[in-house]
Design a protein around this ligand. Structure first.
Ligand code: GLN
Ligand code: ZN
Length: 776
């Protein structure tokens, strides 16, 4: 470390590799093409490169054990021996086979399936997976049972510490804190409280700490992001109890408790009362924490200041950060401060330097993990008084000014339209009951109309054609002809099997968000901007940098073509504004709600153009609306208000006779049913097949009036459902909702399935509808 610097931490780094090397290594191993030995060597190579890079950039608090072959929560389950019996391994330490069985099930045959960025695992009993706080990263949910005991079953944190040490890197091992770990877990017995296992669990952590201390570690990082959630008094007590015990019974090793993804709020006092050496704060999401901490922190508590955004891709203004932090450092003293990103850099892509296709100005506004590390290093030197970094600070400030004033991010017409949004734009002409009558007369659909959610199988041929077109090996005309043929085949087939409302199949779309982003101004796309979603799977979120403008219709041509092939209603297919927003890296210079309204205006134009072209049914997917919910309940209403508002803006510009559909694939509606109702879509399709229609209780209890298509076909599985099963599911739906409300459809789009599965499954679905009608 240069003398003129403060400690620089990263908290954690992307582990997939600059070119997704880990993905390749894993998938080759899973496919049986390479050995375990090879996989472990590749992984070690990635870790070594990662440590070396951090050191060369000037990171001084380098993490270890932030790497994972699959998921850090799964690593923790394995470390403490929380291994459900079905995976039980007989050896003392857990084998890689057991580990991957927990991650992926033991007989997965469909490892490439995804649904949006959601996993679509198959049959085998992989552990449940769910979103890591409000990120798009998914972790494996720990499973606990009554009488659960823990023992050290994986020495990974110790081994990785030693591995780094042997290479000459002193590291700060990262562990998921015991309270967050238990809180993330579940139990087959819903009455069982995982937190009651805390005292069982602590000794394993102490054992790990002892081993680390013996080997020379002087700090460890305990991630406790649960500190930013709504906690009850019991949870807070558990936090204090856990760290009291670690302090009393553990070795002399310093613990940095890391909170991130938000404000500490009413947990502030708890966080400050923990008997630990350091506390990390997310000062990007909660800048106000800084003053509170200075006022309330113990005089020897080391503060890790998370000032560079670990959740977004924008370059920092280091000059203004320095100004803000200088007085803080003066108050706290240099030896009480570490400079860090707001959270682990896991959630941003690796290196802007690898991008060759970005406009140079947009590129100069971006910072991925490598650039963020450099920013931290420069800032830490500036704050320590190193004059040599002055040019770098000036450059950073300059880039910020250029971005702020760039004509590229602002469009005068958008500002005018945003101001002009009024109440009439947010409301359909008539209430639902009236619209339903008009639409029923117009469409004359049978009871329990059948439809699908939009996409049909993205076969190898479809993907190959897209790739060939992208690299110029297929001309525009050839590609267009190919897509038309695919579409025509899908349309005719839907007619043949007797579906009531058809779709064009979405063959022309790479991804439901990217496709729209590519047709709107304000979005940029990376070549290598991959972020881990789960396991080996990565996503490349669009970068939404400027005002959103739709200069011409996007989907109208495809819709017209598809409708020209049939007399049945062809449902037009759009992605909603909230989903586009939530699956992108979004500009941070204006509120998200405003960005979302801009997208809503663009989609509204598309909706109206579709209607003018003759579309009678238009579906606006909001697959990601629920996952945008803030971590704190108190912020839900504000989010839902603008999210619903955006949906209404984009969907209300049509006549009563035009039927607006929406689609959401979630498993929970209870707490947002009011918002769903406020969206006022004529028809909503949802994912229900796995929940035995219990999910419809929320709709029944709310007396939800509009129409609903509860999914009767689990599209996450290659299994073809029988007609009888689908009839049974519909019978369950009918106990909860009126027949006149019900549609029949799959849970979600079929892009990840094979035609061999889709053909019989949908034929069974149509047959189920026919039988239902016959008994009507
Ligand atoms: N219309 C999209 C499709 O069918 C919806 C996908 C989704 O909800 N994730 O693929
Ligand atoms: Zn879906």
């Amino acid at each position: 470390m240069s003398l003129l610097s403060l400690p620089v931490a990263t908290l954690g780094t992307p582990r997939i590799g600059p070119r997704r090397e880990l993905k390749l290594a894993l998938e080759s191993y899973w496919a049986g093409k390479s050995s375990e030995q090879q996989l472990l060597e590749d992984a070690a190579g990635l870790r070594a490169a990662n440590w070396a890079r951090q050191k060369s950039i000037g990171v001084t608090v380098i993490p270890s054990n932030d790497f994972s072959l699959y998921d850090q929560v799964l690593d923790t389950s394995v470390m403490v021996g929380a291994i459900p019996e079905i995976y039980a391994s007989k050896s003392e330490l857990v084998s890689l086979k057991t580990y991957f069985a927990m991650a992926r099930g033991s007989q997965v045959d469909d490892q490439d399936a995804t649904c949006g960025d959601q996993p679509c695992g198959v049959g085998a009993p992989a552990q449940e997976m769910t979103k890591w706080f409000d990120t798009n990263y998914h972790y494996m949910v720990p499973e606990f049972h009554t009488g659960q005991t823990f023992r050290l079953c994986s020495r990974k944190p110790i081994e990785e510490y030693e591995e780094a040490k042997a290479l000459g890197f002193q590291t700060r091992p990262v562990l998921i804190g015991p309270v967050t770990f238990l809180k993330l877990g579940k139990s087959p017995d819903p009455a069982f409280q995982p937190l009651s296992l805390l005292d069982e669990l602590i000794p394993v952590y102490i054992e790990v700490l002892q081993e680390l201390a013996q080997r020379g570690a002087n700090w460890v990082q305990f991630d406790e992001p649960c500190l930013v959630l709504d906690l009850d008094e019991g949870m807070r007590k558990s936090l204090r109890h856990a760290y009291d015990r670690l302090a009393k019974e553990g070795p002399a090793i310093k613990i940095m408790v890391a909170s991130y993804f938000g404000d500490l709020g009413d947990n502030l006092h708890t966080a400050l009362s923990l008997p630990v050496a350091g506390l990390h704060l997310d000062l990007v999401r909660a800048p106000q924490l800084l003053d509170q901490i200075i006022a309330g922190g113990r005089s020897d508590l080391v503060m890790s200041l998370g000032v560079v955004d670990g959740r977004n891709v924008w370059r920092s203004n280091l000059s203004s950060l320095r100004q803000r932090l200088e007085p803080v450092i003066a108050k706290l003293g240099k030896d009480r401060v570490q400079i860090a990103p707001s959270c682990s850099l896991l959630h941003v892509p690796v290196d802007v330097g690898l991008e060759t296709g970005l406009a140079s100005d947009v590129k100069s506004w971006l910072a991925f993990a490598v650039q963020k590390m450099r920013e931290l290093a420069i800032l830490a030197r500036a704050l320590a008084g190193d004059q040599n970094v002055a040019p770098a600070l000036a450059e950073s400030e300059c880039a910020a000014t250029v971005r702020q004033t760039s004509p590229k991010i602002r469009d005068a017409n958008v500002a005018v339209r945003m101001k002009a949004i009024d109440q009439t734009m947010r409301r359909r002409a008539s209430p639902f009951a009236r619209r339903a009558e008009i639409q029923s007369n117009r469409f004359g659909l049978p009871p329990f109309p059948t439809t699908t959610i939009g996409s049909f199988p993205q076969t190898t041929e479809v993907r190959n054609a897209r790739a060939a077109h992208a690299r110029g090996a297929m001309s525009d005309e050839q590609y267009d002809r190919f897509l038309k043929e695919e579409t025509a085949r899908a349309v005719h087939w839907q007619e043949d099997i007797g579906l009531d409302v058809l779709v064009h199949g979405e063959f022309e779309r790479n991804d439901m968000v990217q496709y729209f982003g590519e047709h709107l101004a304000g979005f940029a796309f990376t070549r290598n901007g991959w972020v881990q979603s789960y396991g080996s799977r990565c996503v490349r979120p669009p970068i939404l940098f400027g005002d959103v403008v739709r200069s011409k219709p996007i989907t109208v041509g495809w819709w017209c073509y598809a409708q020209s092939l049939t007399r049945k209603p062809m449902k037009a297919m759009l992605t909603g504004p909230v989903t586009i927003l939530n699956w992108s890296f979004v500009r941070d210079d204006i509120p998200r709600s405003e960005v979302c309204r801009q997208i809503a205006l663009a989609i509204r134009d598309e909706v109206r153009d579709l209607e003018n072209a003759g579309a009678t049914m238009i579906q606006i997917d909001e697959a990601a609306l629920r996952e945008g919910l803030p971590l704190r309940r108190s912020e839900w209403t504000a989010y839902l208000d603008w999210a619903v508002d955006c949906f209404r803006i984009c969907s209300s510009g049509v006549a009563d006779q035009t039927q607006i559909h929406t689609h959401m694939c979630y498993s929970e509606f209870n707490d947002i049913i009011g918002a769903i109702a406020a969206m006022d879509a004529d028809v909503i399709s949802i994912e229900t097949s796995r929940s035995k229609m219990e999910l419809l209780d929320a709709f029944r209890n709310y007396e939800y009036p509009n129409q609903i298509g509860p999914g009767v076909y689990d599209i996450h599985s290659p299994r073809v459902p029988e007609m009888g099963e689908m009839k049974e599911l519909m019978a369950l739906a009918r106990t909860r909702l009126h027949d006149s409300q019900l549609w029949i459809n799959p849970d979600c789009g079929l892009k990840t399935r094979k035609w061999e599965e889709v053909r019989p499954a949908l034929a069974n679905m149509v047959a189920a509808a026919r039988e239902l009608r016959a008994s009507f």
